[in-house]
Design a binder for this molecule. Structure first.
Ligand code: AMP
Ligand code: MG
Length: 397
């Protein structure tokens, strides 16, 4: 199977999962718990918004045709109230921000631009019709769909759902993501490893990443590097909505993940991507479940989840869109890499995100270096040398 570039691998993941996914079941939950969940039914406005023309300033509601001039103040209106009468020629109503525009008025003049003289107000400047008024329905019309099914709800969506009266929200059930660590050298977190052993960190970083991306992680016991043990563990993992394996996908004698998946009838879409970390990287489908065989080095596992597996999880979760934003930042020092591969390196962004500095690291197992980073630097495959001050892509951590 040919190695894919990073862009090709991402397109493959997006294309395959979009085409082959089944949307999760739907559940109804309270609005308070809906942030971060994926909306399962279009949400429409229950009325025009605003429902009345409203003032966006404190001042006077007037008829623009009367200005400039001296007007008679016939009353006041504040937010949460409405003015019973109607403005006639030469009249004004004192108005507060958010209050409904009295009938007859077609503009609001800011209080700072007026001079009150007893029961009259002097307004020296003209005003255009509509000034400082949000007309009825300018934000949304009744029945207009405002958030579409398939959107992962953020706090602004929560504001919107609250504003349109959705105390309960239909969302997709979170997909269960099985996490299967492999390797004879791996021991559990609570164990004391021998010098030749390593604690299982990948299962827990992946569980955290899965939860952050909207899935329910299900961490399986470590699979030993034998065909029998790995087969049973993978068969169990394939019962989830998505399966993430860590380790066992290189070309070593004890890397049995790929042959076992093949034996279980898996379809493979790629098994090598021109990225570092993460060259041996398997993506496919077996028994209707998409799976990723992520390389076992901790840095590789974490990065490949973010740049490829997360997109699959988001689509499996019912999201319509998934995005990997890689904005540009200016390098604070010269930087060179081998080229040929798209490289993701630990880096620190300054406050504001305009400048980036690589974080020195001892390679793919250097977890401490990664914790000192707050972003990844993304070096392009066709470019080996970047000078200080040049722009380079970055990816938020
Ligand atoms: P592998 O991809 O199986 O060759 O694993 C590569 C290296 O990643 C191993 O030698 C371990 O050092 C490390 N590794 C594999 N699995 C884990 C894990 N679950 N937690 C932490 N490190 C791991
Ligand atoms: Mg291994």
């Amino acid at each position: 199977m040919p190695a894919l570039t990073f862009v090709e691998a991402r397109e493959t993941v997006l294309g395959r999962v979009r085409q082959g996914r089944t949307l999760p079941a739907i559940e109804t939950i309270l609005l308070a718990g809906a942030c971060g969940r994926v909306l399962a039914a279009d949400a429409a406005a229950d009325r025009d918004s605003p429902a009345l023309g409203r003032s966006v300033r404190d001042g006077y509601a007037v008829r623009s045709i009367d200005l400039p001039g001296q007007l008679e103040i016939i009353g006041e209106v504040r937010a949460g109230d409405r003015f019973a009468g109607e403005l006639a020629s030469g009249q004004a109503v004192e108005i507060m921000t958010g209050a409904p525009i009295p009938s007859g008025a077609d503009a609001v003049v800011m209080i700072e631009h007026t001079r009150r003289e007893g029961s009259r107000v002097a307004i020296p400047d003209a005003a255009g019709a509509g000034q400082f008024i949000n007309p009825r329905g300018c934000e949304a019309l009744a029945h207009e769909v405002l958030v579409h099914a398939g959107k992962r709800l953020d706090y602004t969506d929560i504001a919107l759902l609250a504003a349109i009266g959705q105390a309960r929200v239909k969302v997709y059930r979170r997909p269960v993501v099985a996490i299967l660590p492999t390797g004879d050298e791996i021991v559990e977190v609570h164990e004391i490893p021998q010098e030749f052993q390593i604690r299982n960190s990948n299962a827990w970083s992946l569980a955290a990443q899965v939860a952050r991306a909207g899935g329910t992680p299900e961490v399986l016991p470590v699979a030993r590097d034998t065909v029998e043990h790995t087969r049973a563990a993978i068969a169990r993992g394939l019962q989830a909505d998505l399966l993430l394996l860590s380790g066992g996908v290189s070309a070593g004698k004890y890397d049995v993940v790929e042959p076992v998946l093949a034996e279980l009838g898996a379809e493979f879409y790629f098994d090598r991507v021109l990225i570092q970390p993460g060259q041996p990287l398997v993506f496919g489908r077996a028994s209707g479940t998409y799976f990723f065989g992520l390389p076992g080095n901790p840095y590789s596992t974490m990065v490949t989840f973010e740049i490829l597996a997360r997109a699959a999880l988001e689509l499996v979760a019912g999201q319509e869109e998934t995005a990997l934003h890689m904005p540009l930042a200016r390098l604070t020092c010269d930087f060179r890499h081998k080229g040929e591969l798209t490289r993701f390196l630990p880096a620190r962004l300054n406050d504001g995100g305009s400048e980036v500095t690589p974080v020195s690291s001892h390679g793919s197992s250097d977890i401490p270096a990664l914790t000192r980073a707050n972003a990844y630097l993304v070096a392009d495959p066709d470019r080996a040398v970047y000078a200080r001050g040049e722009l380079i892509r970055i990816l938020a951590k």
